[in-house]
Ligand binder design. Structure first.
Ligand code: C2E
Ligand code: CA
Ligand code: CA
Ligand code: CA
Length: 279
């Protein structure tokens, strides 16, 4: 078995799904994976920019394939979106993440927020709110400690209904962050109207923020605007101390990236935090 299948798997990339047998194989394997719960959730800490303290963790799914080892989400989420299997996977991740972090918080007397990625299909599905309710009840996680990450595109399509769903989520006390902000069909007008709590600035804007590029202006604009709307801002994919410092100076509230921590299994979370690894 080959561990870390990361770059070795390009099954359906550039292939026509309908005629490709690898697509069929992978869909079947995903079905087995769902039945046999071959998924794992890793957690990446998100820190407060000024204090450097960990405020939450993002739940990121991995597939523990019986022969191919650990597979990154980029290698199977797109297919799972196409086949609809993302709904079952996402539901499992939501439950697992709430249970893991509720338990972790109890054990360590902390109040970390858990950020969970929600696919468009999952978000739009009838019964999604009950799904959230169930995950909270079973885990006994406080609703304020759950924050759902949705992309702009989820909110733009079928907008009326999406806003309604967001309102109902807020009424439950659960928070919402817009993921990969700046990469979708953003409409600043919608941002004002949406009942959301945070925007996560996409890594593509952070990467060259210190090069005096136009991206620095974009990031500054997003932060300023978000703050005016009462929203908090997370900078994603922070890899260098310069990027972290730049974001902090621009008023970015939270930072996430390899500079601080990589995604890790739940068991590693406490040791990693305790060792206080920071730049
Ligand atoms: P995302 O939601 O934008 O998650 C952040 C991705 O960036 C993660 O990749 C994370 O490991 C990576 N990352 C974090 N810090 C850095 C950094 O400093 N540098 C670089 N180069 N990368 C960094 P990952 O875990 O491979 O996940 C990829 C994508 O898969 C996620 O992007 C998300 O769109 C999707 N995904 C992951 N888990 C789930 C899930 O449970 N449900 C759904 N629907 N999608 C998921
Ligand atoms: Ca995310
Ligand atoms: Ca993101
Ligand atoms: Ca992304």
């Amino acid at each position: 078995a080959k561990a870390e299948g990361r770059n070795t798997w390009h099954w359906f990339e550039g292939l026509s799904p309908t005629i490709n047998s690898e697509y069929v194989t992978m869909r079947r394997e995903l079905m087995e994976a769902i039945e046999q719960q071959q998924f794992e959730v890793h957690y990446q800490p998100i820190i407060a920019a000024t204090s450097g303290r960990i405020r939450g963790v993002e739940a990121l799914v991995r597939w523990r394939h019986p022969s191919r080892g650990l597979i990154a989400p980029g290698q199977f989420i797109p297919l799972a979106e196409q086949t609809g299997q993302i709904v079952a996977i996402g539901q499992w991740v939501l439950q697992r993440a709430c249970a893991d972090i509720a338990t972790w918080n109890r054990q360590h007397s902390q109040e970390l927020t858990v950020f969970v990625n929600i696919s468009p299909l999952q978000f739009r599905r009838y019964g999604f709110l009950q799904e959230i309710q169930r995950a909270l009840e079973e885990s006994q996680l406080a609703p304020e400690l759950l924050e759902l990450e949705v992309t702009e595109n989820v909110l733009m399509s079928g907008t009326g209904r999406a806003i309604e769903t967001l309102g109902e989520i807020r009424d439950m006390g659960v928070r919402v962050a817009i993921d990969d902000f700046g990469t979708g069909y953003s409409s600043l007008r919608y941002l004002r109207e949406l009942p959301i709590n945070k925007v996560k600035v996409d890594r593509s804007f952070i990467t060259d923020i210190t090069d005096n590029s136009g991206n620095a202006a974009i990031v500054q604009g997003i932060i300023t605007m978000a703050h005016h709307l009462g929203l908090r801002v997370v900078g994603e994919g922070v890899e260098t101390p310069e990027q972290a410092q730049d974001l902090e100076q621009r008023g970015c509230d939270f930072l996430q990236g390899f500079l601080f921590y990589r995604p890790m299994p739940l068991a590693d979370l406490h040791p990693a935090i305790a060792s206080g690894k920071r730049h």
